[in-house]
Design a protein around this ligand. Structure first.
Ligand SMILES: C[S@@+](CC[C@H](N)C(=O)[O-])C[C@H]1O[C@@H](n2cnc3c(N)ncnc32)[C@H](O)[C@@H]1O
Length: 243
């Protein structure tokens, strides 16, 4: 493959090639971990956004009480996802859209859960995508990532290093470091766990921080919030008369 720059157009080209074979190759190997992630999501409520939904392998696993939206930038992968929704009459799927994860067109705080499975190692701009996932997730909601992260040890490390130069060919970065998804403002890692096969994949559950109450926000800036009677002397007099 003659792609030298790993950008959005490279992703589309690589996944046009993956689309016909994805389900029975990587899709199959990664399915148990995918099911585990969806089980976690099914314990929640409300709207779910699946970013990089691909061929929609996860879609039949979502519980009926959820309202699922999937987005992806590969039209070839999305076509498979749409066929799956129609063939299996997945009524809980509200929409499947062509969209860039780095520029989501949803309003702020719209989804209760935002999930990206095997996507963060693929996207060209991780920081922008993380900040978009956070933006569209409600305060108090969850962001769930399922991914392979660089391990570097033993045979695994040898394979990861060997594949690292072929990101534009295989469509993902085998040397992607976990730190890239950690320490983003407003996201707190609640837990992570390694999953089958051979602990290659890691499931991470982040809590989207709730908005700080106004008083807390003021004192966080090193100031003391004025009491009502400090702003209004009449209120102070009334308070003194009452006490
Ligand atoms: C390895 S596949 C994972 C598909 C699916 N999540 C799964 O569990 O099988 C990665 C997917 O991410 C999509 N993708 C990569 N970068 C993207 C971006 N910036 N915005 C939206 N989708 C993206 C690719 O088109 C591809 O379908």
């Amino acid at each position: 493959m003659d792609i030298t720059k790993y950008d959005e157009s490279a992703v589309r080209k690589v996944y046009a090639r993956w689309a016909p074979i994805y389900d029975w190759s990587f899709g199959w190997i990664s399915d148990l971990a995918r099911k585990t992630a969806v089980k976690e999501i099914n314990a929640g409520q409300g709207r779910v956004l699946e970013v990089g939904v691909g061929t929609g392998l996860s879609l039949p696993y979502y519980a009926d009480h959820l309202d699922i939206t999937g987005i992806d930038m590969s039209v070839d992968m999305l076509q498979k996802a749409r066929e799956r929704v129609n063939e299996q009459s997945l009524d809980n799927v509200a929409g499947i859209h062509e969209m860039d994860a780095a520029q989501l067109t949803f309003p702020d705080a719209y989804f209760d859960t935002v999930v990206a499975m095997y996507v963060m190692t693929v996207v060209p701009d991780v920081n922008r995508v993380m900040s978009e996932l956070r933006r569209v997730c409600k305060p108090g909601g969850r962001i769930i990532l399922l991914n392979h992260f660089f391990d570097g040890r033993g045979i695994k490390g040898v394979v990861e290093r060997a594949l690292a130069g072929y990101a534009t060919t295989i469509g993902w970065h085998s040397d992607f470091q976990k730190e890239a998804v950690l320490n983003h403002d407003g996201l707190e890692l609640r837990y992570e766990t390694k999953l089958w096969p051979m602990n290659i994949f890691t499931l991470m559950v982040f809590d989207r921080e709730r908005a700080k109450p106004a008083l807390e926000a003021v004192s966080a800036q090193g100031e003391t919030a004025p009491m009502p009677w400090q702003k209004n002397p009449q209120q102070k007099r009334l308070r003194e008369q009452l006490s």
